[in-house]
Design a protein around this ligand. Structure first.
Ligand code: ATP
Ligand code: MG
Length: 558
């Protein structure tokens, strides 16, 4: 596939590139340093791709650096499996990090900075319960109130914090809070918790620590330690920027990274919350994090999306501060455009019925094979040989006993062209006990391959495979995983799962060449859509195929 398309393509100008240009011009920054900071509590999704393309793309375009940083401060939710999958997905998307870092690399230093804040009288150990802390915090309309523990002495705070570290307190019994302003209009500034007690095993530091720093304390310091210049996050963190700056201002660290916020990607009919994705996986509603119906990076990969198509999608949606919802068709058109240019064609009959050529073997109807182009406009994709014999398969949808003029396929007494082959006229059909047509008998027009024949003007072309020389394979069709456009907004999002989102066709009749298809290959099944080889259940000589996208945009019905 077109693995390199777009890797070198510059990010279109946006408000962040404007800021960077200005910073470089004014000499505030000499080398651009960004980071992509996922929490390793799940697999990456399409929303992360937006952040990856921006952060790694800026480093590429400005000749700077981009770190992959695991923001691993919630030990109970994090796992090595996630760390590995994240690295794999970033690489697969076509990006290289400068350094791999972990917030946990800085636990010693973070602890030191917490002590510095205590010594400066800017942090205290609180004994309010988590519920009380919430109560005392106030609301947007009402200021909070001070904790009775807010004015402990520095010595007492140092001693208690030390005891927290030594495991003398239970989870939730105490925490360390920054002493800022309980009346601040920004709730995040009302004495935010910066350290809490957790006795879980950490994926990397194991049980070295039983206190863990909170996101707002960790992130800005990690950015400063790594020399990040532009720290890009999503709009929900706009208020937290005050806390980001406050922490850096009050500890002895020189670097001054800046936080910038962009809108997050919301994709219609899709979930981009790791917590919710995790639920779908754990409940067995989907077939793992890489289920082709999920818009995780691994799901999209298994669905047949190429790295270039995902990068192109991120390029098209751009980077702004306006929250919006992107239609799924915008993502689909990126892979369709890619595969239209790059995928070889093949014939696959998803709902096979027999087509018997009664005059096969007679004068002018003796072909046994054809050499056909794999792609209509790309000679470099080569040719292949397809066989033909007296018995073929065509799709049940391509035959009707009777139909009006709009029906351009095969009907009794009328003609159609078989793709790459003869014009045929349907003469009769055979039905099973339920009245379904299982066989059509036809007459081929002699010498009609690749040419018009006087008196014969077929209105349509249908695809087929040789019934005596084909591969019966499994084809998986997909529809929206959810029945609503905004599943994340539903009260019970699991109840919005579409029970018909996957259809398995066990015995599709596929042209024989598809038997050798390998994982990573995609095809256009002519007149059907784009399909890829499933990476989970295919075995050599017995590939399964997943629908990537239909040939044309279909309006999503929600
Ligand atoms: P989740 O709620 O799924 O855990 P998150 O925002 O907490 O998502 P992180 O792993 O913490 O995910 O995020 C890593 C980076 O990816 C952050 O910088 C975050 O801003 C960015 N990111 C996550 N989701 C999106 C999204 N939908 N659109 C754009 N950027 C995103
Ligand atoms: Mg998170």
């Amino acid at each position: 596939m077109s693995d390199t398309v777009g890797v070198e393509e510059k990010i279109p100008r946006n408000f962040i590139t404007d800021i960077i240009d200005e910073d470089l011009k004014e000499g505030r920054v000499s080398k651009v340093a960004t980071r992509f900071p996922p929490e390793p509590n799940g697999y990456l999704h399409i929303g992360h791709a937006k952040s990856i393309c921006l952060n790694f793309g800026l480093a590429r375009d400005y000749n700077g650096t981009c770190n992959l940083r695991f923001d691993d401060t919630n030990p109970e939710k994090e796992d090595m499996e996630y760390i590995n999958s994240i690295q794999n997905d970033v690489k697969w998307l076509g990006f290289k990090w400068t350094n791999i870092c972990h917030s946990s690399d800085y636990f010693d230093r973070l602890y030191g900075y917490a002590i510095e804040l205590i010594q400066k009288g800017l942090a205290y150990v609180d004994e309010l319960t988590p519920e009380q802390i919430r109560e005392y915090r106030g609301t947007l309309k009402e200021p909070g109130k001070n904790s009775p523990y807010r004015d402990r002495s520095v010595e007492e705070n140092l001693k208690l914090f030390e005891q927290m570290k030594e495991g003398k307190f239970k989870e939730g019994e105490v925490c360390l809070r920054a002493k800022i302003d309980m009346a601040s209009p920004f709730i995040c500034m009302r004495d935010p918790v910066i350290y809490r007690v957790r006795f879980a095993q950490h994926a990397i530091t194991k049980d070295k620590w039983c206190i863990y720093p909170m996101y707002d304390f960790t992130h800005c310091i990690s950015d400063a330690i790594e020399g990040i210049t532009h720290s890009i996050c999503t709009l929900e963190f706009q208020d937290n920027r005050r806390l980001y700056d406050w922490v850096l201002e009050h500890i002895s660290i020189e670097a001054r990274p800046h936080q910038y916020e962009m809108s997050r990607l919301n994709l219609e009919g899709s979930i981009t919350s790791k917590r919710k994705l995790n639920l779908l996986v754990k409940e067995g509603i989907v077939d793992g994090w890489d289920d082709p119906r999920l818009t995780t990076i691994s799901g999209l990969r298994r669905r047949g999306y190429t790295p270039a198509s995902i990068r192109e999608f991120c390029r098209r949606i751009g980077v702004t501060k306006q929250d919006n919802v992107v239609e799924m068709s915008a993502l689909e058109s990126c892979i369709r455009d890619d595969l239209n240019v790059n995928a070889p064609r093949a014939m696959a009959v998803l709902h096979p019925i027999k087509l018997v050529i009664d005059n096969y073997g007679e004068e002018g109807v003796t072909d046994t094979s054809y050499v056909v182009n794999n792609h209509p406009d790309k000679a470099e994709l080569g040719t292949r040989t397809i066989s033909i014999s007296k018995e073929l398969y065509i799709d049940a949808a391509d035959f009707r006993e009777e139909a009006n003029k709009q029906y351009k396929r095969l009907k009794l007494g009328h003609e159609v062209r078989l793709r790459n082959s003869y014009i045929v006229r349907a003469d009769s059909c055979v039905k099973d006990e339920n009245g379904n047509v299982v066989q059509v008998n036809c007459t081929a027009i002699p010498n009609s391959v690749g040419t018009n024949v006087e008196g014969h003007k077929p209105k349509g072309v249908i695809h087929w495979v040789d019934a005596n020389n084909c591969y019966f394979g499994t084809v998986n069709l997909y529809e929206n995983l959810f029945t609503v456009a905004n599943p994340a907004g539903a009260e019970d999002f699991l109840s919005t799962v579409n029970p018909n989102s996957k259809t398995v066709i066990e015995n599709a009749a596929l042209e024989l060449s598809l038997k050798d298809a390998k994982v990573g290959q995609s095809f256009q099944f002519e007149r059907e859509g784009y399909f890829c080889v499933d990476s989970k259940y295919s075995v050599v000589g017995k590939p399964q195929f997943n629908l990537t996208v239909p040939l044309r945009e279909t309006k999503k019905e929600f």
